[in-house]
Design a protein around this ligand. Sequence first.
Ligand code: CP3
Length: 345
Amino acid sequence: MNNSLKNDLLIRAALAQPTERPPVWMMRQAGRFMKEYWEIKNKYSFLEMCKTPEIAADVTMLPIDLLGVDAAILFSDILVTAEAMGGDLSFEQGVGPRFSNPVRNLQDAEKLSVDCLDKLQYVADAIKVIQQRLDGKVPLIGFAGAPFTILSYLVEGGSSKDFKLTKTLLNNEPALAHNILQKIADVTVAYLNMQIDAGVNALQLFDSWALALSWNDYKEFAHQYNDYIISRLNREHVPVISFCKGSSVFAPLMAETKPNVVSVDWNADLLNIKKALPAGMAVQGNLDPFVLYADKPVIKKKILDLFERMRGEEGFIFNLGHGIMPDIPFDNVKYAVEVIKEFRY
Ligand code: CP3
């Protein structure tokens, strides 16, 4: 599959092979900071966009055509697994994701279905359409949410500032938490292997909110399940990227799950993180996304500072420490990509 890629920078960097410059893609690269996204979004709901392969493909292609990034990421959401398991999911303007039937006790947990891959067939269909459109131009990254992060949405019923209900569940009813986490992990293994079968070139596991956890709780409620998932993927030709906010702290544990790449938030020095990882494990990151609100000379300097720091390292993918915010100027994102693509080691 990768032999047929015209631009395989991302795959080479993920495998810690030499590249002439760092490859670039950005989390939330297909999103609300683009007027072309709104032209589509104004006609459909977010979930309609995710569930209609032609539309998901149109949106996936926007940053390839308009920004020239080195990888596409499937247009979808981490919460589609939770929806397939029985979560009643909606996305409301200005509110974000909501589950109207939160999972808070054993009866709720027992209603969650594990045998639900057929409900996610639209994702496999979208991957096939996207690969036709890409025609080998750049690799396609598939993804899923990690069990702890998905659990937090199911328990809270949506986004949360402090994860109070989720952490209370972990503390007071760990057995119930493990019951739900195991179900999510089993669905996620099947779902990611389905994405591999459908033709993705790389995978990213998003544990966005692991930052909320203590070291011991991360090991028990996040790490263990991420390890379970990554060790069960048919990944011989598909590099795996492990992302969490909190990776500056949890990177040594993330490395134990043997991803190809650890995606790092912006708190840590990226070179120090890389040097502490096993040889041959790549890093992705780690520009603070708020830099993209700054003046262009500042954007350029901060990117080049990062690149100078990483010079000579094999296995480095440029990304932000977290996703692009909706009100970041498009022009700044485009400029950042240009600066990166002009750089040579
Ligand atoms: O990165 C990409 O461009 C690919 C598509 C993608 C989306 N969500 C599209 C999206 C990906 C990879 C995600 C992952 C995702 N979704 C995460 C993990 C990454 C992260 O940010 O930590 C999380 C936590 C979610 C859950 C989620 N989805 C939230 C909290 C929200 C709304 C909150 C907000 O305003 O950001 C979404 C909605 C969502 N997912 C949008 C997009 C483009 C906005 C939908 C809209 O247009 O209203």
